[in-house]
Design a protein around this ligand. Structure first.
Ligand code: BGC
Length: 925
């Protein structure tokens, strides 16, 4: 690790993270210009999250160990334009000290969605109102992996106590600013129903904004920065109104009956009156005028490009600010049926002073306006088509606040823009919605149902007819991986050297917290055995993501805002720059790929992992994901798009089948992946835990081969999610974790993960070699995945690091004199029982090389993650990582250490709490 560079990088990254956090804050209401604060204003701040500010969600996507984190109160206190009520702030400080944040014990999916709040009395609020003229009321919520939100108070809804507090605050204050420090959108219907609602003058979502969140909020509250965030989700009055509500949360399968009508595409087409805050909406302190200055169509036929220039002027007179130009398509209904509005272009201005203008140029290839015909109703089954008619454009600053352009794009005869193949069609018959034909093509439309076309191709024949060529195993001819890039050997020659068991090792990743790579990261892959290292294959490190580097060793990294907030910036350049610096931080830590961005679609507001993803819309998701990948690549590393595909709920996430039409999957659910591959140059993808139309993601041939590689031209690796399951690539059927042969056949290259140092010995007992022996997997298929992995590795910074065999023995110096008398003998550690961070002095009587092993248990299901980090004399030694064991005790192999006679200060830090360490054994080797 390059410590000096790390600090330089982290100091660059923090201000960009703050800028991103500021640009993603969405101001939903600002009556009588209550914000920004004015001279003489004094703010009374209510809500414990002023101190316990959420900076991310829970689970793997939020677990960054940070150097510091700026709470809302710290941010506000640090801004000289903001004056706060010190008495209330003091009360909260004292109360929070006495009522600490409940993290549910720190374990996996254990943290509650909300925190207990300090009860307010009429007297205290009244007194505050005599000292302060404005109140800020903060509502906090979290969610995360393995725990969906609930349509209940304390999650999607306000608790009675929160509501009671808010009512009290609005009783005594005329100017109340509500701040949503949440990972997700919440029910906001109380804004139109609660008593004293007129006192709520401002509402803003500041989300969970990373470690610079407090500064970012202060930037906006003070007026240093005018808000420019725009919603990437529709906030409807009622959860039941979301089109997927009827088919969310199932335990066997969910039919995506809403089809392509997700989020605003549904509301704008069928139910406009159910919308409280529309997609794309967000206020500024200033106002803007947008004027079309140029429109033309360049090129012909399917290669034509619609080009527009829009001049944006800041027509306010006080504040500078940024505006977002949003372009929505209104396509002819045709035979397929279309959404009344579809986002097809957007751009954000630079900061504009009052009266200043900027002209934005936006190009839209007409192929991006096409729809997928999965039934053949247009006469072009399995093609993207532009049906006859006028393609109209609506330009403005939200999906509602638009002007229809006089110019349009006209298609006089149906145009096929892309011929695909039937892929990923459902096996299960069900019906999907569609706009009802009506005399006038204007929304709202009535809802009509039609049967979804089911699969008509034989996957068996498809797979068998495309088996790759195999290369005879030559044994070691002396070629190293580098020889491939030097042109001394072809990749085929290089891979042909590997024996069957070496190939089978190469498709296994190890983790979590592998000692072979940067401590505390999620996986090591590539040169995970010395035999592979001897071929010059380096070991690669992968770390969570997406909102910063997760290292369960306790090493510190920068936490950037959650995906949803980054979506709300509507700023591609900023996303690219932010992830360039995240990439530099990864570089400094010798990590080669971030496990992010998360690009699943916010299909339903209750999905617990929505915070890791950008939006309900695939276009903005794909655009920003591509920008992030570009940024990471500029730094020489890369990002892993996840979770491919339709991992849209956390309840039963390993088993629940996402059942949808081919059109919905192509136009909505995998579109962001396609965009990030094609325009972002993504080279790593993580498949989902769940099945998609009967085939688990990790063994889904159409997903990983037919569409991803054949149609999109993806050149890179596909990895499973951690401890994923697979089922038969053509016959479907039941699933398990050991059928890696199914995974390889589908061209999901890498199994994540087997126990540390267990890849070469096949510790998980997978069936790769057995399947080759039995002829159900070919050598060519295994070599194909090996080649995918090797091509990827060639392009990583790992090739520039020394390719060395893993040296398990770490030598630590003792301190010889210890004056205390409570040193513990090394052997006595075998009787400890602990689940909380502890330290003690241990005495080593005999200098030797010791193999460390542990007996651990974790009373959670298998996908839960926990780990503790061991350090001796303040030097990090190893992480002991365990995933859910349902309480069973299992043995965990640690590293080897050379310890001399003497004393050591041992610290066992439960960085990712939850597990119990029953025994820690040091056995002389
Ligand atoms: C999550 C992934 C994550 C992986 C490694 C899984 O539980 O679904 O998103 O990258 O763990 O932590």
């Amino acid at each position: 690790m390059d410590r000096d560079n790390l600090l330089v990088v982290q100091n660059k990254l923090a201000p960009i993270s703050r800028q991103a956090a500021t640009e993603g804050i969405v101001l939903l209401k600002n009556d009588q210009a209550v914000l920004p604060v004015k001279q003489g204003d004094n703010l009374a701040i209510f809500g414990r999250c002023q101190l316990d500010t959420y900076r991310s969600g829970t689970g793997s996507g939020g677990a960054v160990n940070v150097r510091y984190s700026i709470s809302i109160i710290e941010g506000l206190l640090g801004n000289e334009k903001v004056h706060i009520n010190e008495e209330i702030a003091r009360q909260y400080r004292e109360w929070v000290k006495a009522n600490p944040f409940d993290d549910g014990g720190g374990g996996w999916a254990a943290e509650p969605w909300y925190q207990e709040e300090m009860l307010l009395t009429d007297e205290s609020v009244e007194r505050a109102s005599s000292q302060s003229n404005k109140a800020m009321f903060i509502i906090g919520r979290t969610a995360g992996e393995d725990q969906d939100n609930a349509d209940a108070p304390g999650s999607y809804k306000m608790t009675d106590i929160e509501m009671e507090m808010l009512v009290k605050v609005t009783r005594y204050f005329d100017d109340v600013i509500v701040v949503m420090n949440t990972t997700n959108i919440m029910d906001m219907s109380w804004l139109v129903t609660m008593e004293n609602r007129n006192a709520i003058k401002a509402v803003l979502y500041c989300w969970a904004a990373g470690m610079e969140g407090g500064h970012a909020l202060a930037d906006v509250i003070s007026g240093d920065v005018s808000p420019s965030g725009k919603l990437t989700d529709t906030i409807a009055y009622d959860l039941c109104d979301y089109p997927s509500s009827a088919n969310f949360g199932g335990t066997g399968y969910n039919c995506y009956a809403e089809d392509v009508y997700v989020g605003y595409r549904y509301f704008e087409t069928f139910k406009p009156n159910s919308v409280q805050f529309e997609f794309g909406f967000g206020l500024s302190y200033t106002t803007f005028k947008q004027e079309l200055t140029d429109f033309d169509i360049a090129g012909q036929g399917k290669n034509a490009v619609v080009r527009m220039s829009i001049k944006v002027t800041n027509v306010g007179d006080c504040y500078r600010g940024k505006d977002v130009v949003q372009i929505y398509l209104e396509a002819p209904q045709g035979r397929l049926g279309k959404s009344a509005r579809t986002l097809v272009g957007f751009k954000k201005t630079s900061p504009l002073e009052p009266s200043e203008s900027e002209t934005l140029h936006i190009s839209i290839p007409v192929r991006d306006l096409a729809s997928y015909d999965d039934s053949g109703v247009t006469g072009n089954k399995s093609c993207y088509v532009l049906e006859e008619g006028n393609y109209r454009f609506h330009v403005g600053s939200s999906v509602r606040d638009t002007v229809e352009l006089l110019h349009m794009y006209h298609v006089s005869k149906l145009l096929v823009t892309e011929e695909c193949q039937e892929a990923l069609a459902p096996l299960r018959p069900f019906e999907r919605i569609k706009p009802k034909a009506q005399a006038q093509s204007v929304s709202p439309y009535g809802v009509e149902f039609e049967p979804v076309p089911t699969r008509s191709v034989s996957l068996h024949e498809r797979i068998e007819s495309k088996l790759p060529r195999e290369f005879e195993v030559t044994g070691d001819l002396g070629f190293k991986l580098l020889d491939v890039s030097l042109g001394r050997a072809t990749m085929e020659q290089f891979v042909a050297q590997l024996s069957l068991s070496q190939l089978a090792t190469l498709v296994r990743g190890e983790g979590m917290c592998s000692p072979k790579v940067t401590p505390g990261t999620a996986a090591a892959f590539g040169g995970v055995s010395n035999e592979l290292v001897d071929f010059g294959i380096p070991v690669i490190a992968a770390a969570d993501g997406p909102s910063g580097i997760r290292m369960d060793s306790g090493h510190k990294a920068t936490q950037v805002p959650i995906g949803t907030l980054l979506g709300c910036t509507w700023n591609s350049d900023l996303n690219e720059e932010l992830f360039y610096w995240v990439g530099e931080e990864l570089r400094a830590y010798q990590i080669d790929t971030l496990l992010g961005p998360g690009v699943n679609i916010h299909r339903h507001p209750l999905n617990g992992r929505n915070f890791e993803y950008f939006s309900e819309d695939p276009f903005i998701t794909g655009t920003l994901a591509a920008a992030q990948v570009k940024g990471l690549k500029k730094a020489g590393v890369t990002g892993t798009l996840k979770h491919f595909a339709a991992n849209d709920q956390e309840t039963g996430r390993m088993d629940v089948d996402s059942v949808m039409s081919e059109r919905a999957i192509r136009e909505v659910h995998i579109k962001p992946f396609e965009m990030a591959v094609k325009s972002g140059g993504a080279t790593t993808i993580m498949t989902c835990y769940n099945p998609v139309n009967g085939h688990w993601g990790a063994s889904n041939y159409d997903l990983n081969t037919s569409v991803l590689r054949e149609e999109w031209g993806f050149k890179g690796i596909v990895m499973t999610d951690w401890w994923a399951k697979m089922n038969h690539p053509s016959e479907a059927g039941s699933e398990d974790k050991i059928h890696t042969s199914y995974m390889i056949r589908s061209q999901n290259d890498l199994y994540m993960v087997v126990d540390n140092d267990g890849a070469a010995s096949n510790v998980a007992g997978d069936d790769t070699l057995q399947a080759i022996e039995q002829g159900t997997l070919t050598l060519g298929e295994l070599q194909r995945s090996a080649m995918n992995i090797c091509w990827f590795i060639l392009d990583t910074p790992a090739m520039k690091r020394p390719v060395v065999r893993y040296e398990p023995v770490k030598a630590i110096r003792s301190f010889n004199e210890y004056l205390g008398n409570d040193a513990v003998a090394l052997e006595a550690l075998s009787t400890l029982e602990m689940s909380k961070t502890t330290s003690c002095v241990v005495e080593v009587i005999e200098g030797a090389t010791y193999q460390v092993s542990a007996l651990m248990s974790y009373a959670k299901p298998s996908l839960a993650q926990s780990s503790c980090a061991l350090s001796l004399n303040d030097e990090f030694c190893m992480s002991l990582s365990v995933h859910g064991t349902e309480g069973e005790r299992i043995s965990i192999e640690g590293s080897q250490m050379r310890l001399e006679k003497g004393f050591y200060h041992l610290c066992i830090d439960f960085v990712k709490a939850g597990a119990t360490l029953h025994e820690l054994n040091f056995s002389p080797c």
